[in-house]
Design a protein around this ligand. Structure first.
Ligand code: F6P
Length: 368
């Protein structure tokens, strides 16, 4: 039987659901019943630490261990129940303009005899996959990011677990907020997309939700808070996305500089807003940044299941030799789209149809 090698890596920020995808890539590729009809014997090679694993496959001074490992069904059997990524990840960009190492990646793909590559990632990782595909590599992608900002798919791995974290944390805050009659500002991640704040806020029943797609007016926030208190509320929860900003201001940046993909580290709007509200509304206000808690913990049932479906679908693409594509969940179906479509532009909240610009919250009617 013909033998072929599939490389798999996870890149960018980790999240829940990645291990489930890896497990099902391995199980589907090595499935002995399917192998008989395919007449190809696949081997799956895990590449550690994202694209770094193909830049420095032998390891480096910080981690001298080899970055490739053959994955067996027995190894991955229990992986779907664990958070993070068993393969490790990095934000290494082989196409970094200041240090382009894409040739090294292509040489290592050759050296390790990788016939196919499955890249599990967000816009950055899949952007690299798209470029490699243009250079002739047989690559397929799996969408993952808690930000849910990839185009071409209705779901990205990790999102639902992150929404569950937001919901659970807000539930906890409610009791203490109520006891003290305080306002709590909860800052979520999400970069330039408001999905996490919007759906996390809707799931937890937040009073105000602020998203990057719609600049808010602080006076209106104050009005809504006063209105709430007049109606008898003892406390309010405001969920704010890290990329949200008041009209006339720009996003708050936590650290100067950019990473190798050109991204700034956002963060700080929650604290900024809490101070502002305390002064304006004269109500005790506290803030909390949920930060990386949203990426941590065990995957919820949905992410385990979607990881499974996406892993299986990635191998289906390889079997059918449909390269340069990303598996996708669209209108209730598992399907695939060209990588180009997925990374071309960000998927952002459509304010017109998904946001209430008066109440700063999710919509109260679905009528158009
Ligand atoms: O893209 C996922 C994400 O968690 C963003 O929501 C956030 O802005 C960023 O990654 C944080 O990156 P890091 O893990 O490098 O701090």
């Amino acid at each position: 039987m013909e033998k072929k090698r599939i490389g798999v890596l996870t890149g960018g920020g980790d999240c829940a659901g990645l291990n489930s995808a890896i497990k099902w890539i391995v199980k589907t590729a090595l499935d002995d019943r399917l192998q008989k009809t395919r007449k190809i014997l696949y081997e799956v090679v895990g590449i550690r630490d994202g694209w770094k694993g193909l830049v420095f496959p032998e390891g480096d001074e910080w981690d001298p261990a080899p970055r490739t490992v053959t994955l067996t069904e027995e190894m991955v059997r229990t992986w779907d129940r664990y958070g993070g990524t068993m393969l490790g990840t990095s934000r290494t960009n082989p196409y970094d303009l200041k240090n382009n190492r894409s040739q090294t990646v292509l040489e290592n793909i050759d050296r390790f005899r990788l016939d196919f590559l499955v890249a599990i990632g967000g816009e950055d990782t899949l952007g690299v996959a798209q470029k490699l595909s243009l250079e002739g590599m047989n690559v397929v992608g799996i969408p993952k990011t808690i930000d849910k900002d990839l185009s071409g798919t209705d779901y990205t791995l990790g999102f639902e677990t992150a929404v569950n974290v937001i919901t659970e944390e807000v539930d906890r805050l409610r009791t203490t907020a109520g006891s003290h009659r305080r306002i709590f500002v909860v800052e979520t991640m999400g970069r330039h997309a408001g999905w996490l704040a919007l759906e996390g806020g809707e799931s937890s029943g937040a009073y105000i939700i602020l998203i990057p797609e719609y600049n808010f007016d602080i006076e209106r926030v104050n009005e809504l808070l006063t209105e709430g208190r007049k109606k008898g509320a003892r406390y309010e929860i405001i969920v704010v996305a890290e990329g949200a900003k008041p009209s006339g201001y720009s996003e708050i940046v936590k650290e100067e500089g950019v990473d190798s993909f050109g991204h700034q580290v956002l963060g700080g709007i929650g604290e900024f807003l809490a101070k502002w509200i305390a002064q304006l509304a004269k109500i005790e206000t506290r803030s909390i940044t949920l930060s990386h808690l949203q990426r941590g913990g065990v995957p919820c049932a949905y992410d385990r299941r979607m990881g499974r479906y996406f892993g299986i679908a990635a191998i289906d693409l390889i079997v059918r030799e449909e390269f340069g594509k990303m598996v996708s969940y669209r209108n209730g179906q598992i399907t695939a789209v060209p990588l180009k479509e997925a990374v071309g532009k960000l998927n952002l909240v459509d304010v017109q149809t998904q946001y209430d610009t008066d109440r700063y919250n999710g919509r109260r009617t679905f009528l158009r």
